[in-house]
Ligand binder design. Structure first.
Ligand code: ZN
Length: 273
């Protein structure tokens, strides 16, 4: 149970879970909550303990998120920059100097799946990874840009996430020397949104996860990292087992896996790994 007033980090995460972009009214909140809870409610998964657990986890997360956003609306505070609306200007000084002793987890950009502190390689992807300082979108709503520490910006489609391992699909990338961050890959973040909007896509999403796990295992072997190999292999088995699941069970299992991965990652501080 929450006893303190929500931080901007809590609010940003709650908005993300509910798929909301601020500013949000009580009416928007109620509609988003209803739409999501109807897919996650444990009563829909009676008869399968594992899936009921996953659905219960999602239901709790959604209920908590609704409460946070509701408190936020009531407080009248400014909305956090947690849903990709914040636009950084190139000439704006970075608002996050090291003097902040306990930085909050950076918000995740809805368009790129990246957040500050992520490391990316820029096309042709053979150089050293660069650290992401933020993302930006053209005013006309088209091109997404990834802002890089000390080196301007790169088009989002010309960057690849580096030094990570996805706990859902097992996809990974090096370098591993300085450690990798365990985080949902950008494709899994897109898949989570797709799944929420189109539950009938679950089967296609499962196939994609299995394919990515195979790719991830090959990548991990090239990196000679047993823990990455092991994760990709386990995710591949998980995805294969779900071939037999009913549509309803598959949907709940995927939603649970995505939800847990996102929760765990959003709790971790950017650059702390
Ligand atoms: Zn993934």
């Amino acid at each position: 149970m929450r006893t303190r007033s929500p931080s901007s980090r809590d609010c940003a995460r709650a908005l993300w879970i509910l798929g909301l972009t601020p500013p949000v009214s009580e009416r928007d909140l109620a509609a988003a909550f209803r739409a999501r809870i109807s897919k996650a409610h444990p009563d829909r998964h009676v008869g399968s303990t594992t899936l009921t657990d996953a659905a219960t986890t999602m239901t709790l997360a959604l209920t908590e998120a609704r409460s946070v956003v509701s408190d936020w609306i009531a407080s009248g505070r400014d909305w956090p920059d947690g849903s990709g609306r914040r636009v950084l200007r190139f000439d704006e000084p970075e608002p996050w100097p090291e003097r902040e002793p306990e930085p909050e987890p950076a918000p995740v950009c809805r368009h790129t799946g990246l957040r500050r502190g992520d490391r990316v390689r820029v096309w042709p992807y053979d150089g050293d990874p660069e650290v992401v300082t933020g993302t930006e979108r053209d005013a006309r709503g088209g091109q997404a840009w990834v802002l890089l520490a000390g080196a301007g910006a790169a088009r989002a489609e010309r960057t690849q996430l580096a030094a990570y391992s996805c706990p859902v699909c097992g996809l990974c990338a090096g370098p591993v020397e300085a450690g990798v961050v365990v985080r949902p890959c950008p494709t899994c973040l897109i898949d989570l949104r797709r799944l929420e909007a189109r539950p009938d896509e679950a089967s296609r999403i499962r196939s994609g996860i299995e394919a990515r796990a195979t790719t991830g295992r090959l990548a991990a072997e090239r990196l000679e990292d047993p823990s990455l190999t092991d994760r990709a292999e386990r995710r591949r088995h998980w995805a294969r087992r779900l071939r037999q699941a009913s549509a309803e069970d598959l949907h709940a299992a995927l939603l649970g896996a995505f939800g847990r991965a996102f929760e765990r990652w959003s709790e971790s501080r950017a650059g702390a790994e």
